[in-house]
Design a protein around this ligand. Structure first.
Ligand code: HEM
Length: 523
């Protein structure tokens, strides 16, 4: 009697499970365009095949782009990675992306981000980060810290950005003498750390020492923490990465201790000694200005915002700078236009001392660089998830930014001119390209708080460096040469041909796979 009952029960359970599985694989999201799926693995196997066809260590993003193109570029594409990852709807259409980032009745501060992505970044950004909060908590944080990111404050940091930029130049000068190959990403990462430390906390992070013994402890810890994310090609659940998670937690605690000391010190300066009140202009000072009593909760919450700013503020800007110098080195007409703009604005003497003096005398010149602005607009990198409801929506900026419907036949090419507005002003929103098709900083209420800082920083560094050096790519992405040893020009694209295209990998965000290997020569 028992055996038939057990067999019957097993059959019932199996049937329920089978019907449920059939439902979630074949019917639940059948209305959304997708590749053929499998009962057991969903799209996992297919995704694996696209990953295999990719270049070594290429970012998973690139496999998603290929999957979208193979399906005829649908505006929405469903990918089922259950049980390894949440099911996702890849959004490749800028108008739909705009709908998803708007405030609405259901999501007054726009849809929340994917919990899997937030969980992964937790040790970099902290539990109460502005990045992960929603609704009222988020509104209060954004209100508290926004003044520090206002253009009128940021522009007062041009002297500090110049000083940090000169250290970057010293390093490039010495690399020019030795003719060594180096990672431009390592240099721009250290530079942008130095800048963000000043802007956010008025603190010297001592990031640009190349003797590891001298480098600031906070930067050292942050770099080690970022290294603890390397090698993860996609978001895995915590139970598959327990050892890494423990290591990240330990490093994160040490970073918190250092930041707590900085917050307490700054608060005392502002409210007890009265030292800094008049000149308080860093993001931290402005954020602490109205807080009379520093409770442990406020200290912790402020530390979470600082670590978020330190991470978000250095990472993407360093990537942007690396790609800018590379793309300009490849695109002679764009490089000539940048030189002409700087000669016109700052004078023909491109020595660092003269550029510095001129920008100190007229900081407003930083905001008058339309061609450089177009170069930055073209190069600003892509990345990051955003999700809502049960199926995550992945606003796929790599697909949106190469959509021929918005960008025409040259969607995949480096064309700064497409961003030049007729009236010579800063471009986005004033050209034929729909404003919502350009979203590297995202749009809507949760757009990037640091967009203006990234822009100012990039313009100052480009102004200092671009006329002083020839950047020469080595390895991936290096130029194809003719018989005479000269780079071959692709006349249609206006760019030098390369032996093999440089591509991106995942190192927390999306970075050039080789760290942007370069040599440099003082011109
Ligand atoms: C080229 C440089 C940068 C790029 C491409 C970039 C990109 C982005 C993007 C796409 C988002 C939205 C993320 C999402 O919706 O999930 C974002 C948010 C954010 N970014 Fe940036 N960012 C850059 C520079 C900076 C800088 C310099 C800071 C300075 C601290 C910063 C701080 C933040 C913060 C705090 C948020 C969260 C804002 C909120 O949720 O209210 N970013 N960034």
């Amino acid at each position: 009697m028992v055996v038939p009952l057990l067999v019957a029960a097993t059959l019932v359970v199996f049937t329920i499970f089978y019907r449920k599985l059939r439902y979630i694989r074949f019917r639940q999201y059948a209305h959304i365009p997708q590749h053929p799926t499998s009962l057991l693995l969903g799209h996992l196997k297919l995704f694996g095949e696209f990953m295999k066809r990719n270049k070594p260590n290429a970012h998973a993003d690139l496999a998603i782009v290929s999957m979208n193109r193979a399906l005829g570029r649908p505006p929405l594409m469903f990918i089922d990675m259950r049980p390894i990852n949440d099911p996702m709807v890849v959004v490749g259409d800028h108008e739909i992306a705009d709908q998803l980032t708007k405030a609405s009745k259901i999501f007054p501060t726009s849809p929340p981000k994917s919990s899997r992505s937030l969980e992964r970044l937790l040790y970099l950004t902290g539990q109460t980060s502005i990045f992960s909060q929603h609704n009222e908590e988020w509104k209060l944080l954004r209100k508290r810290f926004s003044p520090g990111f206002a253009p009128q404050y940021l522009i007062t940091f041009v002297p500090e950005i110049l000083d940090k930029g000169l250290i970057f130049l010293e390093r490039l000068d010495s690399l020019s003498k030795t003719e060594d190959t180096f990672s431009l990403m390592s240099l721009t990462t250290r530079l942008t750390f130095d800048v963000i430390g000043k802007v956010v906390m008025e603190t010297d992070l001592d990031a640009q020492y190349y003797d590891q013994g001298k480098i600031g402890e906070l930067v050292d810890l942050f770099e080690t923490l970022l290294d603890a994310y390397n090698g993860e090609r996609f978001n895995l659940p915590w139970w598959l990465t327990i050892r890494k998670v423990r290591r990240r937690a330990a490093l994160s605690n040490r970073i918190t201790s250092l930041l707590q000391a900085i917050v307490r010190h700054k608060h005392a300066d502002l409210h007890e000694t009265g030292k800094n009140t008049v000149n308080a202009r860093s993001v931290l000072s402005l954020g602490l200005q109205d807080i009379a009593t520093l409770t442990p909760d406020i200290v912790d919450e402020t530390c979470d915002q600082l670590r978020t700013f330190l991470f978000a503020g250095h990472d993407t800007t360093s990537i942007l700078l690396s790609w800018v110098f590379y793309e300009l080195s490849r695109t002679p007409h764009a490089l000539r236009a940048v030189h002409a703009e700087l000669n016109n604005l700052l004078g023909p003497d491109s020595s660092p001392a003269t550029v510095r003096a001129r920008l100190l005398e007229r900081v407003d010149l930083v905001q008058q660089m339309p061609y450089i602005s177009a170069v930055i607009t073209t190069t600003t990198p892509t990345g990051r998830h955003r999700a809502c409801d049960t199926a995550g929506f992945w606003l796929h900026r790599s697909i949106i930014h190469t959509d021929p419907k918005a960008y025409g036949d040259t969607a995949d090419d480096f064309v700064p001119e497409r961003w030049l507005a007729d009236d010579n002003s800063d471009a986005v929103g004033q050209t034929a390209i729909p404003a919502s098709a350009w979203r590297p900083f995202e749009r809507g209420p949760r757009n990037c708080i640091g967009q203006e800082l990234a822009n100012i920083e990039a313009r100052v560094i480009i102004a200092l460096a671009v006329r002083r050096y020839d950047f020469i790519k080595v390895g991936l992405g290096e130029f194809a040469l003719d018989e005479g040893g000269r780079p071959k020009l692709d006349t249609k694209k206006g760019q030098y041909k390369v032996t093999e295209e440089l591509y991106t990998t995942r190192q927390v965000t999306s970075k050039p796979v080789d760290g942007m290997k370069m040599r440099v020569k003082v011109v």
